[in-house]
Design a binder for this molecule. Structure first.
Ligand code: NDP
Length: 388
């Protein structure tokens, strides 16, 4: 039996992982599961999954967790340090599905103690890509992406030499505002932005998908995960979300991975690799789909994509700045205190100010990244106040 930690078990990816595991009885043993604040669901899952330890990040919920699990042989812990303590348990797989920058530290620590990190938390690579990959190499930890696009790329690369790869074709649904004009985008509501046409996901990534920051994040993720230059990663809008991404090879062949828009396949691939796990999920019906369409992205309306590329070109801790600004802006949009278009403006202005303040030159250690993140959040928050 393989041992697993599931970070972010109460979220969208966490719940999909539980569904996958429920179809693999006897193959995996759950060591630790964690949540941010949903203590009731955390306790329920700890009992159902037979987890050895449950960790709640929000300390104020710790007493409730203790009382919910009082009659069960399950250890409990809390806080950011509690997350790090479970990351230090040796396991076969750490499924990293905390949302945002909060996932960076425990996932980084997991690279030392887990044999494999099944990586959903893309913000780790956006905020600290060079450091993250260097630590994985240092400790010999295998990173298998859970993001469906990067899972597709890894699957398309199987059996081929990565040196023969010419281009990555990173597909994007285009989100709910793909066909909106700029004047129409001024009036986008939170409710509209939270309704993704194809995928059912957590709130933050749903907003990131609507601004195309998610695609920018994925571009950065692909850049760090695969040996390819930024110029050779092309974003292709494919509104049906059936092709999850493609690899173009040096002989002109293009290999694609297709599937229904749900995360079960990518999660099971990351857990089972190099084997494929049998999954009883809905199969793709090509006759039902009938048509696949492709368009170029419009970076004038969706400038987050341009900002993501710029952050790679600038390098250093620029990814940490972009990620921090985006987290601050998305949080404000979710609170309905800024407009949809202000998300990208705040990210752009934070990057400009961070560059002139020289807060992103150092990205060698976690402390460097944390300091840049802290300062970028101060800048982004001050911009929020200006836009009110
Ligand atoms: P959700 O918001 O649905 O879930 C996030 C999880 O993280 C929850 O378990 C949440 O706990 C926990 N969490 C939130 N804040 C903290 C914190 N400060 N400390 C510790 N834990 C915390 O997100 P998703 O599942 O949608 O996404 C998770 C990650 O996977 C993101 O990085 C996302 O970009 C990536 N991803 C998601 C996809 C999807 O289909 N959803 C697809 C590809 C990648 P609680 O429930 O208690 O708040």
């Amino acid at each position: 039996m393989k041992t697993i930690n599931i970070f972010g078990v109460t979220g969208s990816i966490g719940q999909s992982t539980v569904k996958v595991l429920n179809q693999q009885r006897g193959k995996y043993s759950i060591e630790a599961i964690t949540a941010g604040q949903n203590v009731v669901l955390l306790a329920k899952l700890a009992i159902e999954l037979g987890a050895k330890i449950a960790v709640i990040a929000n300390r104020s919920k710790f007493d409730e967790l203790k009382s919910l699990l009082a009659n069960h042989p399950i250890e409990v812990d809390c806080g950011e340090d509690g997350l790090v303590r479970v990351a230090e348990r040796e396991v076969d797989i750490c499924l990293a599905a905390i949302v945002g920058y909060a996932g960076l530290k425990p996932t980084l620590v997991s690279l030392k103690y887990a044999k494999r990190v099944a990586l959903a938390n893309k913000e780790c690579l956006v905020a600290a890509g060079d450091l993250f990959i260097a630590e994985a190499e240092k400790y010999g930890c295998e990173i298998i992406p859970v993001d469906s696009e990067h899972s597709a790329m890894a699957q398309c690369l199987r059996g081929s030499k990565s040196s023969e790869m010419e281009k990555i074709l990173l597909t994007a649904s285009g989100g709910p505002f793909r066909t909106f004009t700029m004047p129409e985008m001024k009036d986008i509501t939170l409710k509209q932005a939270l309704k993704h046409p194809n995928w059912d996901m957590g709130a933050k990534i749903t907003i990131d998908s609507a601004t195309l920051m998610n695609k920018g994040n994925e571009l950065i993720e692909a850049y760090h995960l695969f040996p390819i230059s930024l110029e050779d990663i092309e974003v292709v809008i494919h509104k049906q979300s059936i092709i999850h991404s493609m690899i173009q090879y040096c002989d002109g062949s293009v290999i694609a991975q297709l599937g229904t828009p749900e995360m079960g396949t990518a999660i099971s691939y990351a857990l089972g690799y190099p084997d494929r796990l049998s999954l009883n999920f809905k199969r793709l019906d090509l006759f039902d789909i009938a048509e696949l369409n492709f368009e170029k992205p419009d970076e004038t309306r969706f400038k987050c994509l341009t900002l993501a590329k710029q952050s790679v070109t600038i390098g250093g801790a620029c990814g940490a700045v972009l990620n921090a600004a985006n987290e601050v802006a998305v949080h404000a949009f979710l609170q309905e205190s800024i407009s949809f278009l202000e998300i990208a403006n705040i990210c752009e202005e934070t990057m400009t100010r961070a560059q002139s303040d020289q807060i992103m030159d150092q990205a060698n250690t976690l402390a460097d990244i944390c300091e840049t993140d802290r300062q970028a959040r101060i800048i982004a928050t001050s911009l929020l106040n200006l836009s009110k």
